[in-house]
Design a protein around this ligand. Sequence first.
Ligand SMILES: *Cc1c(COP(=O)(O)O)cnc(C)c1O
Length: 415
Amino acid sequence: MPFSQKLLQLKEEVLAEAKPLFAHVDEVSEANTLKVLDAMRECHVSDAHFNTTSGYAYDDIGRGKVEELFAKVFGAERALVRTQFVSGTHALATVLFGILRPGDELVSLTGKPYDTMQTVIGYDNPSPGSLKEFGILYHELPMIDGKVDLAHIPDVITEKTKMVLIQRSRGYSMRSPLSIADIREITTAVKRVKPDCVCFVDNCYGEFVDTQEPVQAGADIMAGSLIKNPGGGIAPTGGYIAGKDKLVELASYRLTAPGMGDELGASLANNRLILQGFFLAPHVVAQAIKGALFAAGLFAKLGYRTLPLPTDVRGDIIQAIELDTPEKLIAFCGGIQKYSPVDSFATPEPWDMPGYADQVIMAAGTFVQGASIELSADGPMRAPYNVYLQGGLTFEHAVIGILGAAQAIEDLNTK
Ligand SMILES: *Cc1c(COP(=O)(O)O)cnc(C)c1O
């Protein structure tokens, strides 16, 4: 074993302590697997649905089946699941532009949104093509102590508020992710003030972490990425939108064109990859959460602040660890990269990234480019040098990668 005696000993302690926590993760995974299997039976998924199509792709039975299945599993009236979505941001932006009109107001209830969503909104300036440039107003309710400020929701929702944005995952911040119970509380508070206000959840990194999804907890519509949780590590690209029939229809006119909506769009990828990935997703998400729990336990024992703690209720698959120094952040990412299946011979370095104020370092030796359901770690080069770790298609790989990261930090002392 390329790891120190001390780390191997800690590994055994962490695994022993994690057993009851793992049992809960397994229960969620089993419940979600049953939910997917029941839906596959009810939808009559068959190998006739596996093929791809070309051209306009009217009556693409595979595409239709994938969307029927996603809607059923997520408890939504309708879903759009497309490889034409280039990323999660694209699916989220399609919802915003599909539903909001000039003069409408969007209110974020989870403070400052995820970095790429700020560009979509036109957060700092009405950047070309942004919501602000189209005359859509934006306000936000800052979070307090990492939680949604429920008491002040009535103050920020006005006549003009067409939609609220609720980001489930922490993104690159040390706030808490939202549980399904949190989302239910927030949507209830919004509907009490304005029953027709659209509750839109950015569900990235949240799918299958719980046995329910946000549209089953009062959200009207939600969106996410297929190279995160619901793609199961198999979907090669794409995104999804799921929710109320009329709202998903509006989004579909933005994805294609008014009048065309969801009736066109060649599958491009084999639908089998999306169906197989969706079938695997509950298990893969469980593998990633076990990896996150292992990382939280190990680095807590090594004396670092970790968020969430191993015993906290999880709302996403991200594990944040405060590493305190730039050297440790670089070493951590180097350790993850070294034990990746792809590009393991490369050494990650901090780099300037478009849209980020500080340099960012990223470890991602993934089969699907940028897929963060695969084991990956990244962080901005600023104090307190947080690393955000996520993914892991197998728990074994997560354990080895995390031990590799801890070993690389340990080796800094012997240099
Ligand atoms: C990943 C993510 C997105 C979308 O990012 P893409 O890289 O465009 O898929 C949006 N919001 C949150 C909270 C995310 O984690």
